[in-house]
Design a protein around this ligand. Sequence first.
Ligand code: PPE
Length: 311
Amino acid sequence: MDQADLIWHNGELVAWEDAKVHVLSHGLHYGTGVFEGVRAYETANGTAIFRHQDHLARLVRSAELYYMPLPHTVAELRQATHELLIANGLRECYIRPIAFRGYGVMGLFPLEAPVDVSIAAWPWGAYLGEDSKEIGIRAKVASWRRMNGDSFIPESKACGQYLNSILAKIEAHKAGYEEAILLDQRGFVGEGSGENIFLVKDGVIHTPSLAGGILEGITRNSVIRIARDLGHQVVERDIARTELYLADELFVTGTAAEIAAVREVDDHPVGRGARGPVTAELQRVFEDAIRGRDPRYADWLDHVEVPAPAA
Ligand code: PPE
């Protein structure tokens, strides 16, 4: 991975290589942590963190669902992130806040363990590969089902829960695909290992509803808003696996992946086997939104004055 100079850890900026935790940290043993993935982009008015407040609000919700009170307010975390970007001179980056149960308690009852919070940021390019936006990726429906609300909390972006995504991702990768699509416990389409999923059929956009136990993606929410603003009909509903094969267009959305076209699923070409026009249109307007070029979405941007690098 790419690196930066400093990481914010429990209220202080520390050198990247010194941002370490004890091997007996609770979160390492039991996955007791929650995290976010956020991106900052260069715009004509400087750096802007995309939907920063929404990401921090989700971090707080994710933590609350696992009975983990955060030792910092959203305002403090926002300020810390601004300081981090400025201190690192990062004008465009991926941002990873994480809150986890730290060192001091072993065993499954975590409520006496400290809660540590770190925020790291570094340059992170195309998550699903350079071709994922214009050409599209090949995806495979995983044999692993998306964990559901009977056993976990799919709405929480919790560290340990990602073992589910990781099994699906490894399976897809070993079979030669770029991404896994997980069905929910009922066999309906859930989401990608780290993205939400959309399909286009006969000009209408469809995406799994939140009731199916998926992560409520912030990119998903942005794409729904943009699509409706463009006059598209967006339907949130249960989607059968076969509908993926018969779709005119498929794409996945996430902070890391942004909007990536899916050109093939389970070896069926999607539509003509290339990125479709609705996907391209949504990508274009999304790009305008994150770059501050579309005034309709100006309130999605949290601006930070990151000084230009010294010549
Ligand atoms: N579903 C899952 C399971 C998921 O992890 C993500 C984000 C999404 C949907 C999309 O959510 P949003 O980013 O709010 O649009 N995945 C993050 C982690 C990726 C990683 O490999 O780590 C991300 O995109 O940052």
